[in-house]
Structure formats: C-alpha cells, structure tokens
Design a protein around this ligand. Structure first.
Ligand code: AMP
Ligand code: MG
Length: 530
C-alpha cells in the first residue's frame, strides 16, 4: 500500500536552516530550524486514528488501515516529499524568560498539500531527540499521548480552535518517567501522536529572535507567517505587521473565550505554548472544570501560585500578547500600534465574553444593565457548594419559564439543575434559597427576552456541551490502553465527535465525576511531566 501525497515545505524553503545535522542538544543560533529525522522505533502499533483528520489530508480508508500508515506515523518511514525539521523557539515559562526551548520532542515531517490545496503541517510528538531536547529524551508516554489525542479532537468538535490529531501509536518501547517527581521513576509505554495544524509556530518562535537581536531571522519569520497563514492581510509591510498583530490579539481572545465557555483549563499558558494562529496547542497538564471554581488549576507544578488557573486565563492571554508585542518592536519601531493591539484584546474580550455568557444562558441579546448583575450573582451562586459547571448549564435549559411567575417552592425551582450538585446534602435552606432566587431572576429575564422554552433549550444546547473529556474519562481510557485494550479510547473518540447531542446510550459519560476520581492523580491533578 503506497500513498501519493504532495508536500510543499514552505518553512524549509523560506526560513534559515542550521547547517549542523547532529541531534546533539545545543543552542541553535542564526537559524529558524534544524533538520532532524525521527528516531526509528521497535514495534509500532496503531492505537487510534481520527477519520476526519484523515479525510482533511485526503487519506483513503485503505491507507489509514495500512501497515505503511503505522510505519510512517511512528517515524519509521518517510514519505516522498517529507523533509523533517525541528524549530527554534524560546518562551516565558511561568512568567520568566527561559531562553531557548524549541521542538525538543516534536518533529515536523512536512507540509502536506491536500486535494483542496490547503497546507497542513504533520508533526510527530515523541519521536526522539532533537537539538532542542536539552537534558530530556524527546519521547512521550502513552498516558500523555492519549490525553493529547483525545482532547484535541474533542476540542475541535466542541468548536474550539485547536491543533488536530491524526494518529496515536505505541512504539513497543518503554520510556522511564517520574510521574510524581518523587524520585520513583517507572517504565511506561512509549507512544507518538501525529499532530496536524496549518502551522505550529508559537509566540516563542518570534521571541527567541528578538531576544537574540536577530532581526533578520525575525523579519523572515514574520514575513513568512503573514504570506503563508495570513495572506488576506496583504503583502508584508509595517502596516501589515500591525494588522497582523491585531488579528492575533483578536484570535487569542476568541480562543480563550471558548475555553471559558466549555470549562477548559490549559494548565501551562507559557508563551511557547501560544499558537500564532490562535489555536489551542500543547495538551499537557490541562483539565476540565468539574465543580465550578475559577481558582482551580489541574497543574500541580503551578499549585502554589496558580498562575494558570481557570479564571486567570483571560489575563494571561493579554500578558502573553504583551510579550509577543515586545518581540515585534524591532520590526514595527513604534509601540503605539502594538499597544492598540493589546487594548483591542481587552475590548474584544469584554464584548465577546459577555455575548458568550448570554448565549450560555439562552438570551438572544446581552443587556449590560440587567445581565451583568445576573451573571455576577450566578458566579457567586455556583460557588456556594460544589456545582458541576457542565451539568448546571446543560440542565438549566430544561427550566420551564414561559408559563410565567408561579407558585413553585424552592425545591421545585431547583429540581431541573439538582443533578449538578456534588453534595446535595450540603444544599441547606440558605443555599437553596439563594439558588432559587437566582433561578427566579433568570426566569424573569428570559420572559423579557421573549424566547419560548423550546427555542431557548435548542439554542442553549448548541453552546453548552453535554459531553466533555472529564478528567477521569481520559484516565479510564489510559488504564485500559496500558493493559492493551484500546476500546475506551475508541469509544471516547466516537462520543466526543458529537458533544452537543444527547446520545442516550452514552449517558454514563455525562455524569458528574465519580467519587474515586476526586483525588486520584491523573484525574484532577497532573504535573508537567505528563
Ligand atoms: P512543554 O512544557 O511540554 O510545553 O515543553 C517545554 C519545552 O520542553 C519544549 O521545548 C519541549 O520541547 C521540551 N520538552 C518537554 N518534554 C520533553 C522531552 N520528553 N524531551 C525533550 N524535550 C522535551
Ligand atoms: Mg510546549
């Protein structure tokens, strides 16, 4: 089985390569990338592929099911036209400049041109050392690869801008990891995900050139990015650079608003993990809000300061844009338009976040005077006792309001959303009264808005998912796959293709986090070693 695909490796063509072809970890100066081939693996086996991503790339069913596919996306076999490379980038990690980072465990195979003429970069994650591997091994384990594979596909189907995942294979080799950083390293199954995106360029790719005062490579990368990924902005010029920065601000705001809508916490919003296209990228110690708590982060490495907690993501988006703006100063030579781009982020965020929250409530329009206090009170009410963020909004759509004010008791008001409470026994009278009183205010607002219950429910169910990749769900898939059973990975992949549909025989995955998962590592707490 062979496949005919076209590659046009624009990054390789337009940007500076480093002449040193060894994998020796080092500072790669004066270049945007370094050519490096994936390290062959012993016994690759397919765990799963995404049919939709295969379709985008123009892969036939027969090819997806072939041995050549497994060999290629485990790094054992290069297709004609592939020209693998790892990119140089830097970044601010947890607020501090960290210098050169780079594709330490990612290798770009090339840019595939699909039958519609779109360019899609194929990138293996976990296929061995590159010059950017520093002291690490360039490898990935099955547990973190399942998390990345499932989550990126789930996010896509939720309507959140994201990189995609084509395939997940095990390598047949063991990788040693100290999962808890407690001096107890264990061998784990090695794995490789093939990620797919129009571009994997990050804020940090620009930052590293600015930090090294390498204006020539900085300009080349900016010009290339605009030409390849933002052609609608026109030919590169100072004016275009400004328009481009403004568009990145807008896209970053939109992406984070989606995260807030679906309860996603990225966990490591370092500037090297911020895509220049406004895509969610690098699924490491991410997590999903279960009980609503804006202070929650899944990342144990960030447990002390909680810099990347759910409720701080909007602020960090702006902080990261400031770092990108700083990197662009040498090109634009004027801070004012860059500042305007940062301000634009604030404006877009403010307006669109409110509109998004109004949609979650099923309102046709957001009216600041009435809805700002309604949302603030909702935030307070959601935190009175452990309340599931996803279930609350999904069930809120079932609240009947068009009958008008009636004689419902507090218990009757709460009945539709009762499922959302983790500890219903903690719903003492005071809390019930507060929730009921919010629900009454909400009902009054909906009546004023003039939508029927059925219309409102249908609109709400398109923005409030029923199924997300709850933290424990990935762990259930991982536990099975570690024993050689990939069926849960397949089941979740299939489930999460339709996160807004009811799927009655899948109800168990719409339930609250089970008690056993409350404090199990991997289910609500993860470290960067994932
Ligand atoms: P991350 O925290 O995954 O975003 O990674 C930060 C930096 O560490 C990036 O430069 C990665 O390429 C690098 N890195 C993470 N894990 C590994 C690994 N196992 N081997 C080599 N480099 C790695
Ligand atoms: Mg990263």
């Amino acid at each position: 089985m062979t496949t005919e695909v076209q590659f046009h490796n624009r990054i390789v063509e337009s940007l500076q390569a480093h002449p040193n072809l060894t994998k020796q970890p080092r500072q790669v100066l004066g270049a945007a990338y370094s050519r490096v081939e994936p390290t062959p693996v012993a016994a690759p086996k397919l765990v799963a592929y995404s049919k939709e991503v295969g379709d985008i790339l123009g892969f036939s069913q027969a090819y997806l099911d072939s041995e050549e596919f497994v060999q290629t996306f485990s790094g054992n076999n290069l297709l004609d036209g592939m020209d693998p490379y790892a990119m140089v980038y830097g970044g601010h990690q947890f607020g501090n400049w960290a210098g050169q980072l780079g594709d330490g465990r990612a290798i770009n195979l090339g840019e595939l041109v699909n039958p519609s003429g779109e360019h899609w970069t194929l990138q293996l994650k976990g296929s061995g050392m590159t010059p950017f591997s520093r002291t690490a091994d360039g490898l990935a384990v099955l547990r973190s690869s399942i998390r990345e594979f499932l989550c990126s596909e789930a996010m896509f189907h939720l309507g959140v801008p994201t990189t995609r995942a084509l395939s997940l294979v095990t390598t047949g080799e063991k990788v040693v990891r100290d999962m808890f950083y407690n001096g107890n390293p264990q061998p784990e199954n090695g794995a490789i995900v093939c990620r797919v995106a129009p571009s994997f360029v990050r804020f940090g790719n620009f930052q590293i050139f600015a930090a090294r005062q390498d204006s020539e490579n900085l300009k080349k990368l900016v010009d290339h990015t605009i030409t390849a990924d933002f052609p609608h902005l026109g030919d590169p010029s100072k004016e275009t650079y400004i328009k481009w920065f403004h568009e990145i601000s807008r896209r970053t705001a939109e992406m984070i608003i989606h995260w807030m809508r679906v309860g996603f916490v990225h966990g490591v919003m370092n500037t090297d993990n911020m895509s220049i296209l406004g895509l969610t990228i690098d699924y490491g110690p991410y997590g999903w809000l279960e009980d609503y708590n804006p202070n929650w982060t899944p990342n144990t490495t960030d447990a002390q300061h909680k810099r990347y907690r759910f409720g701080n993501q909007p602020h960090i988006g702006m902080w990261n844009l400031v770092q990108l703006a700083n990197a662009l100063v040498p090109l634009i030579e004027d801070v004012e338009p860059l500042q305007a781009g940062i301000d634009l982020y604030g404006e877009v965020f403010g307006t669109n976040y409110s509109a998004m929250m109004a949609q979650k409530l099923g309102l046709q329009t957001y009216v600041a005077e009435t809805d700002e206090p309604l949302l603030q009170e909702l935030q307070r009410v959601l935190m009175l006792t452990e309340t599931d963020y996803i279930i609350f909004f999904r069930k809120l759509a079932d609240l009947a309001v068009s009958e008008g004010a009636d004689e419902r008791s507090d218990d009757e008001w709460l009945a539709p959303v009762l499922d959302a409470y983790y500890l219903p026994e903690q719903l003492e009278l005071g809390i019930k009264a507060d929730v009921a009183s919010w629900l009454k205010a909400y009902a009054a607002r909906i009546q004023a808005d003039g939508r029927s219950d059925a219309e409102r429910k249908s609109a709400m169910n398109q923005v409030n998912p029923k199924y997300v990749l709850r933290n424990y769900m990935a762990q259930v898939a991982i536990d099975a796959a570690d024993e050689g059973d990939n069926s849960v990975v397949s089941e979740l992949l299939e489930l999460l293709r339709q996160p807004y549909d009811e799927q009655p025989n899948m109800e168990k995955w719409a339930a609250k986090r089970p008690d056993w998962a409350r404090s199990r590592p991997g289910c609500s707490m993860l470290s960067c070693s994932s």
